[in-house]
Design a protein around this ligand. Sequence first.
Ligand SMILES: [Zn+2]
Length: 328
Amino acid sequence: MIVALSLLAYALLLGAVGPRLLQGAAWADSAPRLAVAAWQALSVTILTSVALAGLALTIPTVTVSGDLAELLRSCVMAIQEQYASPGGAAAGATGAVLALAILGRTLWCLIAGLAGMARERSHHSRILDMVGQADHRRGVVVLDSKESAVYCLPGRRRQMVVTTGALNALDDGQLEAVLAHEQAHLSERHDLILGFSRALASAFPAITIFSAAAEETARLVELRADDAAAARSGRLTVAGALLAVASGGVGHLSPAVTLAAGGSGAAARVRRLIPPQNPLSRTRTAAGSLTVAVLLALPVLVLGSPAAAAAGHTLCPDATTSVNASAP
Ligand SMILES: [Zn+2]
């Protein structure tokens, strides 16, 4: 019971403190990749902590033993002991329902979300085959439209799409920059990262941290793609390209399942790109990475620590002693 309560308290603490540390933090804009990892770790840790709390209520802690037969015997004895009392049985059933509900709901929304995205992309890809013109030199599909839009379609075919409006609005350097932006989305699989955070937000809409994580992740992957483009083309070129693309009404042409170069938040992204880059120091990056790793590991350590602490003790009566005690 203490383990389950500790895990629930840890989840509540993270839910209360985590968003305040991450949302709008200045360091996040300097290290968007680390910030995305931090949001993902926060979400996964909260979810895992509650699910493991349910597991801790369902299965009592047993003695750690290198002897498999002894370990199994301890498990059976501990479970029999817990479920012999009505209170223990009720706690076990509640824990099982909690763990299964979280796991089932998460998996369901994740699979449904990814399948829906794949269907929409496949549909959009078929439309591109009908109305788009392949430009093999640039490695893009060109759509005939006055609107200025550049976006990518992740998935098996990994297509980048440019309208004729965008080709007219962008010079060669700017076009290279927006394509590098889209290439970063594709190669770093930002679609999967976004799919996961959106699935959690739709699975548990009442838990606002998951919707905040989805929103921030969507913003941060754009910053990350901008940085990748800036490394290739320079920050001012990317800023100019964003302005040219965003002013063309990109939102009308790029469907929700794609990742566009312009889109919402473009003005803030341009403002971020104009000053010289101020990357996070190595020490702060290492400290942030370590925090992410500890966040993820702690629930498992909390669940495992009582078992580890109990090593060397026996929960069940020793069979030899019992036999000797009952002998005449
Ligand atoms: Zn983008």
